[in-house]
Design a protein around this ligand. Structure first.
Ligand code: PLP
Length: 445
């Protein structure tokens, strides 16, 4: 078993003199998704044989002579547990470089700091709230960055036109999130990437970012679809156990990765060794968890469609979803191949992540019915966030999206009757029973 040298330490030089993790010429035996998730970054410890990397709490590392360190120098610049996690996620996303941060938001801030003052950003319109806040209240103030928010879902030619018309000479970033939150609109990444790159005014420095938090690399690999960088809030599915706040970026663009690593070290929003260790542990079961989230979410979406208290169910794997065809085209081959439809379901529906949104049959301005449902749930926990093994549920209009202006909420369809669920991996029957009794309570109220 070969022990892999650490990646570049973030100061622009690396211990081994090369920035690639393995100098061995034999092909890696870690081919499949699960094998990579379990083994990359977890090679047995050369000194003790430990199968799981020890937690390296040391903030600093001894040097043999001045500047002659054994791969690590100072834990902000690089830490063994962080390197392990970065290598594992990079492998799962099909990128050459991974960079971990103290939160998903810290990834966003660091990416924005890598583009020049007065740049233009072209963003999907219902982007994650914290990202919207960073664009409009931080990057605009400190870097003079202007952001256009554009609807990127819908009819192909309309999307192409809207995106085309929004590209400027100063555009340095195109920011995609798919599916969006909480209305789960599906964006065609390849379509947006092609449109942007073929634009006559497009700068050679323009880069495309995809926030892949909602689907994880199990369901979607944006680098294969034309993105330059993928980011995740590791807080959600990658860690998957609701006990870590962390973020990661993955890219194949070596020069951008060098700049981001420099900023990672300079800004210093890095994760702790313990969080990196926990997140790597979580990652080892990502493939199993995502399949369970997906299968259960689809079954629950079908159940919700049949309940009389429900007006609409939003789940991109359902044929009724406007983004169904794009989702079917864009889903990873492995997720598609692993999905087993139940024998009585001939609808063409498929598993596509663990997030479901639905609207209650009532006035979107009336918050009482949703309140009854949410109060009556016993297995689902009323809480923000998503992606953990436990099922969570929330009311976007008053919780995650409470700060979105009312007119924008109405435009995006985020009324008080819209509920967002993060389907966990408990027994599906218990989750359906729980939703059924809570929905019956509102119907009888
Ligand atoms: C949670 C989330 C973020 C922000 O990540 P934090 O780890 O909370 O900072 C970014 N994008 C999406 C889609 C998210 O769900």
């Amino acid at each position: 078993m070969t022990i892999v040298a650490p990646l570049s330490n973030g100061n622009g030089h690396s211990s081994s003199g090369d920035s690639t993790p393995s100098s061995s010429s034999s092909p890696s035996p870690y081919v499949g998704f699960s094998t990579k998730a379990i083994h990359i970054g977890s090679e047995p410890n050369p000194h003790t044989g430990a199968v799981i990397p020890p937690i390296s709490l040391s903030s600093t590392f001894a040097q043999d002579g001045v500047g002659n360190f054994k791969g690590y120098e100072y834990s902000r610049s690089a830490n063994p547990n962080r390197t392990s996690f970065e290598r594992a996620v990079a492998a799962l996303e099909g990128g050459s470089r991974g960079l971990a941060f103290s939160s998903g938001s810290a990834v966003t801030a660091t990416i924005l700091n890598s583009i020049p003052r007065e740049s233009h950003v072209l963003s999907v319109n219902d982007v994650y709230g914290g990202t919207y806040r960073y664009f409009t209240k931080v990057a605009s103030v400190s870097q003079g960055i202007q952001t256009s928010f554009v609807q990127m879902d819908g009819q192909r030619e309309e999307v192409r036109k809207r995106v085309h018309d929004s590209v400027r000479k100063e555009t340095r970033l195109v920011w995609i999130e798919t599916p969006t939150n909480p209305t789960l609109r599906v964006i065609d990444i390849a379509l947006v990437a092609e449109t942007v790159r073929s634009h006559p005014d497009a700068s050679p420095d323009l880069r495309i970012v995809v926030d892949n938090t909602f689907l994880s690399p199990w369901f979607q690999n944006p680098l294969e679809l034309g993105a330059d960088l993928v980011l995740h809030s590791v807080t959600k599915y990658l860690n998957g156990h609701s006990d870590v706040v962390m973020g990661v970026a993955v890219t194949n663009d070596e020069s951008w990765a060098d700049r981001l690593a420099f900023l990672q070290n300079s800004i210093g929003a890095v994760p702790s060794a313990f969080d990196s260790w926990l997140a790597l542990r979580g990652l080892k079961t990502l493939h199993l968890r995502m399949q369970a989230h997906g299968q259960s979410a689809l079954t629950i979406a079908r159940f919700l469609e049949s309940h009389p208290a429900i007006e609409t169910v939003i789940y991109p794997g359902l044929p009724s979803h406007p983004g169904y065809e794009v989702a079917r085209k864009q889903i990873s081959k492995r997720a598609k191949a692993s999905f087993r439809p139940s024998s009585d379901d001939t609808s063409g529906a498929f598993a596509y992540g663990g997030m479901i949104s639905f609207r209650l049959k009532c006035d979107p301005a009336d918050d009482a019915p949703a309140d009854v449902v949410l109060k009556n749930l016993k297995v689902f926990t009323l809480a923000e966030s998503l992606g953990g093994v436990e099922s969570l549920i929330e009311l976007p209009s008053k919780m995650t999206h409470g700060s979105v202006a009312l007119e924008d909420r109405i435009k995006l369809g985020i009324g008080h009757n819209l509920i967002r669920a993060s389907v966990g991996i408990e027994d599906t029957a218990d989750l359906i029973q729980d939703l059924n009794q809570a929905l019956d309570a509102v119907r009888l109220a």
